[in-house]
Ligand binder design. Structure first.
Ligand code: NAD
Length: 504
């Protein structure tokens, strides 16, 4: 697939309150995946750029961490208003570089805004505990302080939402935040930076540093970075966690997924098929909470597959800016090639192709990175299509006999991000929710992404570190606790020194 070069934009860093070219001389191309055209030339940071950003963050953290909660909250409220006023502009940037359809891009911005709104309540979230008179004349209280400088390293698939899972929480809790966005769709992060500035955030508190492995490694090992939030694929999440913890940092690293949905014969199969199709093909399957494995139990299988087929064949695949488009392209030609290879391997190994999107071409966009909705039935667990995260619009169907078999399958899978069950039985749903080794569970809900006041995180190979992201665990991740034991004697009683361990 050849990319056509049109007019390209140079994409800068945002350091210490201003866009800057930085000193690095390496760049990389940014594409519009629907047209295949190169649309941007992204500057990649070098060591000097990294040091400049970290130094600005350190300086900013010292004052921002000390600023009153009232002033911090005022900035967050203003930022919330500005993001809401720029949804269309942000969505255009997302669609142009990621490829997802505009309505879906707006959806991700909405979910990111939820976290900003949650962070607006930071005075309540940071309220400490107080124990009066724990011993005669002694009180104990606890409160939390910011970590200092934290970096967020984010994936391509949610260029607004995932940065907003991190930055509002880190900033509300008093940290300076350096965003290292995905190099595939970096432009939205610059608009976010200018909105933070317009909201009154002091320079250096939110910065954007573009780069690849070199920049990430610099952040993971920099002595002046205190914490790392990472979201991306499992091998990189594991690497980030290991490297940054070895360098003394607090780390949360969210990884990849292979989300299963169990469909029981007592489910409303039309409802289940609607939700499965949406969860498998929405955003071209490039969601960490996408349902990529349908586990059809017993008699549900034949009818379910027929209903999903109908829906898959009806999906409108087009450039995300076209009215009526329901699904856009995948992110790169390499991604397309990989998806097609995995599907072909499954077919060769004996799986049944129900809907085949491998050869899809969208008229007028022949150079786009297209894969159509694909449904593969009778997939076996030893096939790559089952074992690997495909991260494309491919739903594999595994047939099992019982609910217990389905649960065993899910628990044997190395990933544990999300899962769902479709059923009309409360007992089955309860058994499922209590048995699966997965962090986020949907009951007749296909994409159980928790609302902002709960926290988001998977189990097993889907999360390295112990803190989930945003919500109460986000507050905890970006802060550390202090406990003060205090005595203010009214008069000094000269009872002499006691050398015993203090007790009540
Ligand atoms: P990725 O792991 O390739 O990249 C994520 C980030 O890591 C990017 O900023 C990238 O520049 C950086 N990076 C890439 N290779 C690196 C290396 N060798 N060393 C250091 N840094 C490196 O992921 P992606 O392709 O951008 O995103 C898709 C993946 O993210 C999928 O696996 C998806 O499941 C996962 N994801 C997970 C969640 C979640 O919440 N668990 C959410 C969104 C996406």
């Amino acid at each position: 697939m050849t990319a056509t070069t049109t007019e390209t934009t140079v994409i800068n860093h945002f350091i210490n309150g201003a866009e800057t070219a930085g000193e690095g001389d390496r760049t990389t191309n940014v594409y519009n995946p629907a047209t295949g055209a190169v649309t941007g030339e992204l500057r990649l940071a070098n060591r000097a750029d990294l040091d400049t950003a970290v130094a600005a963050a350190r300086k900013a953290a010292d004052t921002w961490g000390d600023i009153s909660l009232a002033k911090r909250t005022a900035v967050l409220f203003k930022f919330r208003e500005l993001v809401a006023a720029h949804v269309d502009e942000l969505a255009q940037l997302v669609t142009a570089e990621h490829g997802k359809v505009l309505s879906d891009a707006k959806g991700e911005i909405g979910r990111g805004l939820e976290v900003v709104e949650y962070a607006c309540g930071i005075p309540t979230l940071l309220k400490g505990d107080y124990s009066d008179q724990v011993s005669t004349g002694i009180d104990v209280f606890s409160f939390r302080e910011p970590l200092g400088v934290v970096a967020g390293i984010t994936p391509f698939n949610f260029p607004v939402m995932v940065p907003l899972w991190m930055a509002p929480m880190a900033i509300a809790t008093g940290n300076a935040f350096i965003l290292k966005p995905s190099e595939r769709d970096p432009s939205a992060s610059l608009l976010l930076a200018s909105l933070w500035k317009e909201a009154g955030l002091p320079d250096g508190v939110f910065q954007v540093l573009h780069g690849d492995k070199e920049t990430v490694d610099g952040l993971l090992t920099h002595p002046d970075v205190d914490g790392i939030s990472f979201v991306g694929s499992t091998p990189i999440a594991q690497y980030v966690h290991e490297t940054a913890t070895k360098h003394g940092k607090r780390v949360q690293a969210l990884g990849g997924a292979k989300n299963h949905a169990i469909i029981l014969p007592d489910a409303d199969l039309d409802n289940a098929a609607d939700h499965l199709a949406a969860a498998a093909f929405g955003s071209a399957g490039e969601r960490c909470m996408a349902i990529s494995v349908a586990v059809a139990v017993g008699d549900a299988a034949d009818a379910l597959v027929a209903k999903v087929q109908e829906r898959a064949e009806a999906v409108q695949v087009n450039n995300g800016t076209e009215p009526g488009a329901e699904m856009g392209p995948v992110i790169t030609p390499a991604s397309k090639e990989r998806i097609v290879k995995i599907v072909t391997e499954a077919e060769t190994a004996g799986a049944a192709m129900v809907v085949d999107g491998r050869d899809l071409v969208v008229p007028g966009h022949e150079n786009g990175f297209w894969v159509g909705p694909t449904v593969i039935d009778h997939v076996k667990t030893e096939m790559t299509a089952y074992k690997e995260e495909i991260f494309g619009p491919v739903l594999v169907v595994v047939r099992v006999d019982t609910l217990e078999d389905g649960i065993t399958l899910i628990n044997a899978n190395p990933y544990g991000n999300g899962t769902a069950i479709f059923t009309s039985s409360g007992a089955a749903a309860r058994k499922f929710q209590r048995s699966v080794t997965v962090g986020m569970i949907g009951i007749n809900v296909p994409l159980p992404v928790p609302v902002a006041y709960h926290s988001f995180g998977g189990w097993k190979a889907s999360l390295f570190g112990d803190k989930h992201i945003y919500g109460p665990e986000g507050v905890s991740f970006y802060t550390r606790g202090k406990v003060v034991t205090s005595r203010w004697p009214e008069t000094h009683h000269a009872s002499g020194a006691s050398y015993n361990f203090p007790s009540n």
